[in-house]
Design a protein around this ligand. Structure first.
Ligand code: MN
Length: 231
């Protein structure tokens, strides 16, 4: 490898149950509005035309259990609890079978959001980056191999804020299935091992304040948590 002017940024790796080797995080794709009740609470209608996406930098992702400061530039910092897909094989224009085979594992994830900025960007028809791709704004829990969990069916998915349930749904509410997402997304990207897809959040998103903690779970997977420092 070529010498570099400053140390290479460290790549985040995620533990995998039953493995000593960890999963190196490459790209993070996120599906928007994949639960009808969440789309409704955001004041938008769901269409079945096609899923849509935004991306979050791997450099801005952290492992579960962190304590992080309240982010700058927002007065409405929101949690979104999501099912993450860990891609373990190349997929391009994948068939449903190839899509299923590309899923190495599953995990719990938080898609943290500067909601005031996201909504302002949306209203001005601008990109969502300031609202979505914030530092320490994606939280990932250890993955469980696909062969040790699933198939995705009616598993409960939930999130607690300081011990109070705020999001409470099941994976049966996903509008676009994991396979459908991979089939569609792989028409635009050569998906590769290390890519992660966040599949969208159910209803019940809301604000987290400095000093508060969130914990999110999906039945059969390791929970994900985040604490905001006191000011
Ligand atoms: Mn989300």
């Amino acid at each position: 490898m070529s010498p570099t002017l400053f140390p290479r940024p460290e790549q985040l790796t995620i533990p995998v149950h039953g493995e000593t080797a960890e999963f190196p995080v490459n790209r993070i794709f996120c599906v928007g509005r994949n639960y009808a009740a969440h789309a409704a609470e955001m004041g938008v209608e769901v269409d079945r035309e096609a899923p849509f996406y935004f991306t979050k930098s791997a450099a801005n992702a952290v492992l579960t259990g962190c304590e992080v400061p309240y982010p700058p530039g927002t007065e409405n910092f929101h949690y979104e609890m999501e099912l993450a897909l860990a891609i373990g094989a190349s997929a391009f224009r994948a068939s449903p079978e190839e899509a299923r085979a590309a899923i190495y594992g599953y995990g719990c994830a938080l898609d943290m959001t500067r909601r005031d900025l996201q909504i302002r960007e949306r209203q001005k028809q601008r990109p969502w980056d300031l609202g979505k791709d914030l530092e320490q704004g994606t939280v990932l829990a250890p993955f469980t191999k696909a062969s040790d969990w699933g198939p995705v069916a009616e598993q409960p998915i939930w999130l607690e804020l300081d011990g109070e349930i705020k999001q409470d749904a099941t994976l049966a509410e996903l509008i676009w299935s994991c396979e459908e997402i991979i089939c569609h997304l792989s028409c635009y990207y050569h998906l590769q091992p290390g890519d992660i897809i966040l599949t969208g959040t159910p209803a019940g998103v809301g604000p987290i304040l400095a000093g508060q903690s969130i914990k999110g779970g999906i039945e059969g997977l390791t929970s994900v948590s985040l604490k905001l420092c006191k000011e």
